[in-house]
Structure formats: structure tokens, C-alpha cells
Design a protein around this ligand. Structure first.
Ligand SMILES: Nc1ncnc2c1ncn2[C@@H]1O[C@H](COP(=O)(O)OP(=O)(O)OP(=O)(O)O)[C@@H](O)[C@H]1O
Length: 232
């Protein structure tokens, strides 16, 4: 269980996240929605300890994520598909991550197959397509067989087959009892993928509801809730 509790993050004069509280429970896919600049990525970074909260907490099983000895087996995250060193081969990238986290090399090959990159494993990252890079980032998140997964815009660059694949993957991960948080702007896809949604605007919580509670159109509900809460 991931618990965001009164999380506030300021960057100088910008209030990026404002007393935000919500949970990411196990066994469900939580869609994390909000306009550009609403504070989604900041929240994800706070969960991972990449951004220090100004006040409040983002805790994983009631502990800060960086306090874990084997963090990749607690939370796996795919935040930025373009963040990988592009001179590395795909397999080498995962292997380095695995080695530095005490994960067996055979897990790397299993993950490469799982994300559909088995046949390009020796290609350098710079020679991968955007969708392949996205799959590699998703693979890195899966590497530690984590209890919780965070995905920031995971559908960017994925083709229709890739989008179907990711939808099934998210459902399977939640079905295995993991907590899954997906930030996305694609309402129609979130309506198919999420069990529950958290909607934020200007860093504040606007809704935390099971998908079914938001009515027949997630997009309509989203527009209604976010009207007047959009950064310009
Ligand atoms: N490192 C930073 N320094 C200064 N301001 C920042 C920094 N990171 C984010 N911000 C600001 O914080 C606010 C929230 O940004 P954030 O990236 O969390 O939004 P987001 O919901 O992920 O947006 P998007 O959907 O566009 O990715 C924005 O106003 C942004 O400009």
C-alpha cells in the first residue's frame, strides 16, 4: 500500500503539490489523472524519494521508499522512457540495474521476453524506437518483481498492439495483488484499464473514486472535476 498523506511540494514560488492525500491499494489499478502541470510527476517522484516533500509524506507500507534495502522489489517505476543511457545495449542496461540490486541475471532475460524485447536485447538504446524504449522502461520497473508499480504516461510511443499488451499487463499485475498506479492523459484508455481513479488539479485532490462511481464517461467526469483547476 502506498499512502500519500498531506503531501506538499513547493519549487520556489510554485506550489506543485498542495496537501494531497490518497492511497494506492494492492490488487487494483489506480489511474492518476490531472492536467499538464497538475503535480502528477512531482507526486510520483516524492513516492520514490527523488523529490523531498516540503511537508507531508509519501510512504510505502508506512516507510519512506529510500529506507528499503532492496527498493526494486518494493516499488518498480517507469517514469521517463528517454532517461536511459543511450549508448548501452538494452540487456546491459537491465543487467546493470539487476546487479546493483542483487537480482539474478536470468531475471533480466525473463523480463526482456515479457516486455517483448527479447529479439532486440543486444541493440543499443539509441537504436530502439520510442515504443521499444517505453517497453524497456516498463521492463526495468518489473525487474525486482515489486509489490507496487508506478507508471508515468506508459502508453507514450506504444503502438495499438503495445497498448493492448500494456492493458493486459496492468490487469495481471493488479490481479497478482500488486498496487499499480498509472498516470495518463488518455481518458478512454484509463476508462478501460483503471479500477479506480485519483484526479488532481493544481496539486490538490479533486476525486478519489472507483471508476464506476464517476458515471458512464470518465472524460466527462474528468472535465467536470478539473474545470477551474487548470494551470496556465
Ligand atoms: N524541478 C522543478 N522545478 C521547478 N518547478 C517544477 C519542477 N518540477 C515541476 N515543477 C512545476 O511543478 C508543477 C507540477 O509539475 P508536474 O511535472 O508534477 O506536473 P504533471 O501533472 O506531471 O504534468 P504533465 O501532465 O505535464 O506531465 C508545474 O507547475 C511545474 O512547472
Amino acid at each position: 500500500m502506498i499512502r500519500i498523506d498531506q503531501l506538499t511540494k513547493r519549487y520556489g514560488r510554485t506550489l506543485a503539490v498542495d496537501r494531497l492525500s490518497f492511497t494506492v491499494p494492492p490488487g487494483q489499478v489506480t489511474g492518476f489523472l490531472g492536467a499538464n502541470g497538475a503535480g502528477k510527476s512531482t507526486t510520483l517522484r516524492a513516492i520514490l524519494g527523488l523529490d523531498r516533500p516540503t511537508s507531508g509524506h509519501a510512504l510505502v507500507h508506512d516507510r519512506p521508499y529510500p529506507s528499503y534495502r532492496h527498493p526494486l522489489s518494493v516499488v518498480g517505476a517507469a517514469l521517463d522512457a528517454s532517461a536511459t543511457h543511450d549508448g548501452l545495449r538494452a540487456r546491459t542496461h537491465l543487467l546493470a540495474l539487476a546487479r546493483s540490486n542483487g537480482i539474478a541475471a536470468r531475471r533480466v532475460d525473463a523480463v526482456l521476453d515479457e516486455v517483448g524485447l527479447g529479439n532486440v536485447a543486444q541493440r543499443r538504446v539509441r537504436a530502439l524506437s520510442l515504443g521499444m524504449k517505453q517497453r524497456l522502461a516498463i521492463g526495468a520497473a518489473l525487474l525486482g518483481d515489486p509489490e507496487a508499480l508506478l507508471f508515468d504516461e506508459p502508453l507514450n510511443g506504444l503502438d495499438p498492439e503495445g497498448i493492448r499488451w500494456f492493458r493486459a499487463l496492468a490487469a495481471r499485475l493488479a490481479g497478482e495483488g500488486r498496487a499499480v498506479l498509472i498516470s495518463s492523459h488518455l481518458m478512454s484508455e484509463m476508462a478501460r484499464t483503471a479500477d479506480r481513479v485519483v484526479i488532481i488539479g493544481q496539486g490538490r485532490l479533486l476525486a478519489e473514486e472507483p471508476l464506476a462511481e464517476l458515471g458512464p464517461s470518465l472524460e466527462d467526469a474528468y472535465v467536470r472535476l478539473t474545470e477551474g483547476a487548470t494551470h496556465v
